[in-house]
Ligand binder design. Sequence first.
Ligand SMILES: [Zn+2]
Length: 237
Amino acid sequence: MTKKYVIFKDDDAGKDFFSLKKWINIIIENDAKGAIGVIGKNLKNKEFSNYLNFLDETKIEIFCHGYYHSYIPFILRKMIGRNRIFPNEFDRTEKSHNKSLEKFRIAEKRYLKTKAACFGPPGNEWNEKVVEPLIKNDFKMMFSRSKIKGNIFTIPISKNLKHKSIDEFVKDYQKNKNDAVFTLQFHHADLTEEQFDLIEYVINFLKNEGKRIFIKPSELIDISQKDKELHDTLISK
Ligand SMILES: [Zn+2]
């Protein structure tokens, strides 16, 4: 049987430090792994960046979640149409994508001891002009709901943790049970107490019944080099 993997993707790190720590503690205590999307501008908060530098790199991977995180919620965009005054950070030009990614790299170099290999656009909103700036700024992979054209690995986003109980999660998971890579997206700042409690059950379910292996995004590069079938689902050339 081919191996199946799971990635926990958590967004918006730097906005709600208390909930972030709570989320990470649950991941570590339950022997799972997680990826946290850091908003570049928040790295100048020393308490936050010091905390990130103390995390176990073998368990937690930092990815770039934009520099400014300018993003208009979907419902608002639907109401006002395409917003030309305050467009999303990664729904602009190649030049502006490059500027955001460069600013992230500068802040990262200044405040963090690790370098992110992976990018997850704010609100999962992006356009194809982001590919060249990603390569130029040495990113290897990107979280996306649709496959990216070009030499960047696509890590599919499978589900959001919106569930209120393990039964509800398991039922929803059945649609994705055959996916080679199952990515569950979190927003620690929005999780309820019940959902924080649920994470432990979700981890155990995915490991035991789901027979999935927890990985960090960058581990996919090595894994897919040995697994051509998986490689072809992650990259289009
Ligand atoms: Zn976000």
